[in-house]
Design a protein around this ligand. Structure first.
Ligand SMILES: Nc1nc2c(c(=O)[nH]1)N[C@H]1C(S)=C(S)[C@@H](COP(=O)(O)O)O[C@H]1N2
Ligand SMILES: [Mo]
Length: 544
């Protein structure tokens, strides 16, 4: 009986090894920053309260997340896997429940990482599936070899199962047969674990590319750039309003491809060709050696919906695009640049915009005072104030083909528009939609943007009762968003609050056509960005 228990435990651990290996393989193949095990460790760092980070000069994070944690974590997984194996013997649901729990824990720890995206769950799911499949197969092997459950059968270990095992004469050669069965079981378990190990090794090799690039990025010394310095008074002092500077980890991501390109800085080049006087192949070293321009730019996604999160504001460092086009010399008649990223994504941007110093378009290599994160286009990406990201802000950009708009138009088969200026927009960050509030003065606030002209005014309306001016944070940065706030005196009941922005020349944010409830076809939401004001509904109750 004890031997049977041991065999079932071994089988559980072997299945878990297969699952973990497949998870690591998936993480490597998807060039995620790390696999589930290290991902868990990062989540612990996020969960630790700030006071715990450095205490009396001792770096508690380092201790709490060092090798000891990994050993504990792996040990716990092994113990869980072993008990799942034992439970699998009597066909109980416990292994499935355990796998589910570990899977949920894994998913939770992926989501806790601030820059996680949907692909990060793939390794966890694959791990859980690998565990389930491994356990199912091995269980069949054990049953066929007549291994009893830990709590059933006589104490002498393996005994040929009378119902499932092929019929054999029990008595004379029983010990030899038991040994053979044990070998078969252990062999199958070893093969399963080896498969998991092989998968992990392949994942490690495949993922090494990304880690090498991360390492190279960390070692870059970009002395020509400066740390972001927020202009005075941009903040209106409401904690619930999005911070004026969006930290890189919180900056929205919009990727067409699942796999984030990992390009070493020294291997990157931008080729500028087509309708140019001379082809230019620019290296990273040459790029960062040029005169740097730094500026605040709010980037907006084509998929931004009123009140949504596809918008962020950062301090970008790079080289003005007009300088780069000057190097190549744009031929007369050429009016478009097809920008292509290493992921194969492409967009078309008018030379008029890229050649005009006044439009402040940038080939950026740094974001908020550090080299671009891989997710945001390392080594270099374009940033154009006032154009949606989807028509201008090419990440991992490696190719600029100077050409003509009518030529590109004829062959444009992407479901994104060719040209799309950012629609001016405003958002209510607090209170939240559906909030329950106590009657009396209520602080309302949010952000508004109108690049490249700049925010002129923000107005708020309650229940259609007329527009009132809100207070604005400093809005001198015309390419960046502005914060706004106001105080509303709300009586008990349900209220509808709306916001709108006017740019510096007085153009007002468009309201969605009231008659066209869907708004979709008339305004071409998908094609040119959503139209419509952000509105929230709040429930106000009597104070008690
Ligand atoms: N190479 C490449 N560039 C790209 C994309 C992409 O998928 N691949 N997405 C675009 C879209 S739709 C937007 S909104 C911005 C988003 O930039 P971010 O992910 O840094 O926020 O990048 C743009 N540049
Ligand atoms: Mo976008």
């Amino acid at each position: 009986m004890r031997e049977a228990r041991l065999l079932w435990s071994v089988v559980g651990v072997a299945a878990a090894a297969l699952g973990a290996g497949l998870g690591e393989l998936a993480a490597g193949a998807l060039t995620l920053r790390n696999g589930p095990v290290l991902g868990f460790r990062e989540a612990v760092v996020v969960l630790l309260p700030d006071e715990f980070v450095v205490h009396n000069g001792i770096d508690l994070v380092a201790i709490a997340t060092g090798p000891l944690l990994v050993v504990l974590f792996v040990g716990a997984l092994v113990a869980l896997a072993a008990s799942a194996g034992v439970a699998a013997a009597d066909g109980s649901r416990r292994p499935a429940v355990l796998a589910l729990l570990v899977g949920l824990l894994g998913l939770g720890s992926e989501w806790l990482r601030p820059d996680s995206s949907l692909v990060d769950v793939v390794p966890v799911l694959l791990g859980v599936l690998g565990f389930g499949a491994g356990l199912t197969v091995l269980r069949r092997v054990l049953r066929r070899q007549g291994v009893p459950g830990p709590d059933e059968g006589p104490d002498e270990g393996l005994d040929p199962d009378p119902t499932e095992a092929p019929q054999v004469e029990a008595a004379p050669d029983a010990p030899a047969r038991v040994a053979a069965n044990r070998r078969t079981v252990l062999g199958a378990a070893a093969a399963t674990a080896a498969l998991g190990l092989a998968a992990a090794v392949v994942g490690e090799v495949v993922g090494r590319g990304r880690r090498a690039v991360e390492q190279g990025r960390r070692l870059l010394r970009l002395t020509m750039i400066s740390a972001p310095q927020e202009p005075a008074d941009v903040a209106v002092g409401l904690d619930e309003v999005a911070p004026w500077t969006t930290p890189n980890d919180d900056f929205y991501r919009q990727d067409a491809a699942v796999v984030v390109p990992a390009i070493a800085a020294e291997e990157w080049t931008l080729r500028i060709h087509g309708e140019v006087e001379r082809e230019v192949v620019l290296s990273y070293e040459q790029l960062i050696g040029m005169a740097v321009r730094e500026q605040w730019v709010t980037l907006v996604g084509l998929t931004y919906e009123p009140g949504g999160g596809q918008v962020g504001n950062a301090w970008w460092s790079g080289v003005p695009t007009h300088r780069l086009l000057q190097l190549a010399g744009v031929r007369t008649g050429a009016d478009a640049v097809v920008q292509t990223g290493d992921d194969g994504w492409r967009c078309v941007t008018a030379t008029q915009v890229l050649e005009d110093p006044g439009r402040r378009a940038l080939l950026a290599f740094a974001m908020n005072g550090e080299a671009l994160p891989l997710e945001h286009g390392f080594p270099a990406r374009t940033v154009v104030p006032g154009l949606y990201g989807g028509v201008s802000a090419c990440k991992w950009v490696v190719d600029w083909e100077v050409t003509r708009l009518d030529v590109v138009e004829a062959s444009w088969d992407e479901d994104r528009p060719l040209r799309a200026p950012v629609r001016i927009a405003s958002r209510i960050d607090t209170p939240a939609d559906g909030a329950e509030l106590v009657a009396g003065p209520v602080e309302v606030g949010g952000v508004a943007w109108a690049p490249p002209i700049g925010v002129g005014a923000v107005e708020v309306e309650v229940d259609g009762g007329g527009w009132e001016l809100a207070a604005l944070g400093a809005a001198s940065q015309t390419d960046a968003w502005a914060q706004w706030r106001t105080t509303l005196d709300l009586a008990p009941g349900t209220h509808r609050v709306r916001v709108r922005v006017r740019d510096r020349v007085g153009v007002e944010q468009e309201d969605a056509d009231e008659d066209d409830a869907s708004g979709d076809e008339a305004s071409g939401d998908a094609a040119t960005g959503a139209v419509g004001l952000h509105e929230i509904q709040v429930e106000v109750v009597e104070p008690d």
